[in-house]
Design a protein around this ligand. Sequence first.
Ligand code: GLN
Length: 451
Amino acid sequence: AHLDRIGAVDEKVHAFLHVDAEGALAAAERVDAKRAAGEELGPLAGVPLALKDVFTTRGVPTTCGSKMLQGWIPPYDATVTRRLKDADVVILGKTNMDEFAMGSSTENSAYGPTGNPWDLARIPGGSGGGSAAALAAFEAPLAIGTDTGGSIRQPAAVTGTVGVKPTYGGVSRYGLVAFSSSLDQGGPCARTVLDTALLHEAIAGHDPMDSTSIDAPVPPVVEAARAGDVRGLRVGVVKEFGGEGYQAGVEQRFHEAVELLSSLGAEVVEVSCPSFTSALPAYYLIAPSECSSNLARFDAMKYGLRVGDDGTRSAEEVTALTRAAGFGPEVKRRIILGTYALSSGYYDAYYGQAQKVRTLIARDFAAAYERVDVLVSPTTPTTAFPIGERADDPMAMYLADLCTIPSNLAGNAAMSLPCGLAPEDNLPVGLQIIAPAMADDRLYRVGAAVE
Ligand code: GLN
């Protein structure tokens, strides 16, 4: 049924870069055979899923939305991919994304943009716009995204779906093609809080193949999503997230969600996190710096594209020609910015300074968590904007992640879930919930209460 749905609508939505109909049907048949044989089934047996094209899939193309990896077929599965298969999930295919996960609109994909199912002329968010659009268009009930600065939560917000960035280290990064290793985090996406929790539990947990993976039990997210009780919970409204630059309807729906929490028995207080206003500039030094280092591996020798290798050119020339042809403008912008920020003489002034800001942000969070159990804010300052509107204005594009970036810099857990439509444009508004590291269950408790 889901393959039929994809066949019917994806020409317009363009959520998928690759539909693996054969693999999906074979996986579904394996589930049927297991069931017929009376074998024990995985927790998500037979449930279809859309996988962001940044996770490696053995024998199935993985492009990261880039020409650089066109035609690359990974020889191994990411840990997330393997855990999905172990849970008997049916992987439908790979979803569209901003190239190497750099962007907030999916317009930076080398394979063309994805439309927002609420209005195909608008962006579905990014970088994981394909996964969010697949959910909103009912092409899949579950999806996987990655969130380096907001790429799970911002697409969830603008498509009226649910997305969670787990605590950094909560879900393995093995086989997740790296953008910014100290920030990247894979996570679950779905249309309900409980579905998201079930998927969270299936993919999370310690992995010896990822040195930053946390070796501790997965927080009880499914139990929390089933409970959904916020009585006595202390909720902090982040003062810095609102006012100028925020759409009136977004603020209105957000305040209604806060009132709902209060009416359900939560204790709402205002908290101030003054360093959050420096999060965006710090992120746009740290993420490009790590990107410039990580993307050095695309040298035309090891993976994918190779341009100009006609026997007359040096390896350096072939590398340069390939990188010139294979990377899009946003990726090049970040490699140049990151290389500059890391170069000697500038390192302390830029990268070192950004790392200090990161510490200040972590301190703001720590101080807030002394007073409250979770923080809330709008997920994004505005609803989905028209495709093309911010394409030539990187600064305007970067503002889409104003509210999501602090939790990546601090490594804590965060969710976006729908909180109604903005009255002025009838487009979905996202409520962001942020919890301390390893307290991911609190997101689900609050999310299930207000859903
Ligand atoms: N939009 C942010 C960026 O462009 C975040 C991307 C992400 O989370 N992968 O870097």
